[in-house]
Design a binder for this molecule. Structure first.
Ligand code: SF4
Length: 274
């Protein structure tokens, strides 16, 4: 696979899962690739200082809307293309006619353990999306939903490290994964800094983090239609379920609470049916 977006062969050379479900059963968010690069050389972005992530509650509302496919994620990528270069599978649903019309069919293969019509796009021998060019995403206006909804700030929000587990795509051992840029997402994610202009920002942040911690400690719940989970889907799940971790009422206002395990189980079952 070349880096100019012209596939040199008909199938992903490394991006074929050997087992498991790379997207963890989450069609719209289990995979990375924000896909915001529109120009410039593939890069990790703009230095190594803190990156302003915005007010937490505003970000959370936007993230939830993106996960509901009501809007695209609006990530200030600053030229960073790490998520397009990190040996990630990109899920494309059967309803994504525009993306499917602009991505060569030979780059796609059936998504394991997902209904017919769901496909994955792999990556090249360097761990890069075959649609990534030196000028950015070659199908930016037509990029898959996975790319439109990905937001690496979710790691900072959930207090989850985009660790090796998130890169064990398709059961490939980490050492076998291509792509010397695979640590860039982690480096980028560590730089995000949220603002907390109101108490609600801090409370919601606490709820998202509590949700991530709870899910991590109750792995038995993940058998409820979620399956093995990596850092990225864990962080997304924390966003989706954080409302269960908000309680309290006036005059004290919302506060972080720990829900009953059964309430989380019910929510996970509901999510799996979507
Ligand atoms: S389709 Fe575009 S945005 Fe999505 S991973 Fe590939 S290069 Fe990145």
């Amino acid at each position: 696979m070349t880096t100019d977006g012209s596939p040199t062969n008909g199938s992903p050379t490394n991006g074929s899962p050997t087992n498991g479900s790379p997207t963890n059963g989450s069609p719209t968010n289990g995979s990375p690739t924000n896909g915001s690069p529109t120009n410039g050389s593939p890069t990790n972005g703009d230095g190594d200082g803190d990156l302003p992530a915005g007010a937490f509650s505003t970000w959370l509302a936007d993230m939830q809307a993106a996960l509901r496919a009501e809007r695209d994620a609006d990530v200030p990528c600053g030229g960073c293309t790490a998520c397009c270069r990190s040996s990630q599978f990109v899920h494309i649903g059967p309803d994504e006619a525009d993306a499917l019309a602009h991505i060569p069919a030979e780059l796609l293969f059936p998504a394991p353990r997902m209904p017919s019509g769901h496909v994955l796009m792999g990556y090249d021998e360097r761990g890069r999306c075959p649609m990534l060019t030196n000028d950015g995403c070659s199908v930016y206006e037509h990029r898959p939903r996975t790319c439109r909804t990905y937001d690496c700030r979710v790691f900072a929000a959930a207090g989850v490290e985009p660790n090796d587990d998130d890169l064990r795509r398709g059961g490939l051992p980490r050492d076998d994964l291509p792509g010397d840029d695979r640590a860039d997402i982690a480096a980028r994610a560590r730089r995000w800094r949220f603002d907390f202009p109101a108490e609600a920002d801090r409370t919601e942040h606490g709820a998202v983090r509590a949700a991530a911690e709870f899910i991590s400690q109750h792995g038995e719940l993940l058998g409820e239609g979620v399956g093995p989970i990596g850092a990225s889907p864990l962080a997304v799940l924390a966003v989706e379920l954080h409302g269960l971790f908000l309680g309290g009422a006036p005059p004290d206002g919302p506060k972080v609470v720990e829900p009953d395990v059964d309430a989380v189980r019910v929510a996970l079952r509901s999510r799996a049916r979507r």
